[in-house]
Design a protein around this ligand. Structure first.
Ligand code: HEC
Length: 117
């Protein structure tokens, strides 16, 4: 039992980031910084309708107002491949942990609630 836990801890960091340890592993997010980084998100996660128009219409989940830890964890899960959606995997692959934390803080506050600088 003890031994398994030690092995798990060594495996660890990636698994923890995708799992319940996300809070401990995630850097503090800065919503204002996130507002500077969301230009590639708005095309899909736009404010109204939450649907993409291209290449075909499909539902895009609403992320504005979501819990920050959930957003950061979702992005990490796409990057790790735990969640598998081609668009989001491509997006998340280019994000650092800090980017994810900033974007999470921004979207958790709700676009429009963050003062543009
Ligand atoms: C090409 C369109 C597209 C772009 C660009 C895009 N997303 Fe997404 N996003 C989606 C789709 C579609 C889903 C739903 C995927 C699924 O079912 O897993 C999604 C899911 C998510 C989720 C999980 C939501 C949930 O309810 O579980 C988060 C968080 C997210 N996106 C954040 C972002 C952020 C932050 C950016 C910009 C850095 C971004 N997305 C850019 C299309 C996009």
């Amino acid at each position: 039992m003890m031994r398994l836990h030690v092995v798990h801890a060594v495996w660890g960091i990636a698994a923890a980031m995708a799992g319940a340890g996300a809070l401990a592993q995630t850097p503090a997010g800065d919503a204002a910084a996130g507002a500077q980084k969301n230009s590639m998100c708005v095309g899909c996660h736009g404010l109204s309708g939450y649907k993409t128009a291209f290449p075909e219409v499909y539902h895009v989940p609403k992320i504005g107002g979501q819990n920050a830890a959930y957003i950061a964890k979702s992005l990490q899960a796409y990057r790790s491949g735990e969640r598998n959606h081609p668009s989001m995997r491509g997006v998340a692959a280019g994000l650092s942990d800090q980017d994810m934390a900033d974007l999470a803080a921004y979207y958790a506050a709700g676009p429009g609630n963050v003062a543009a600088k």
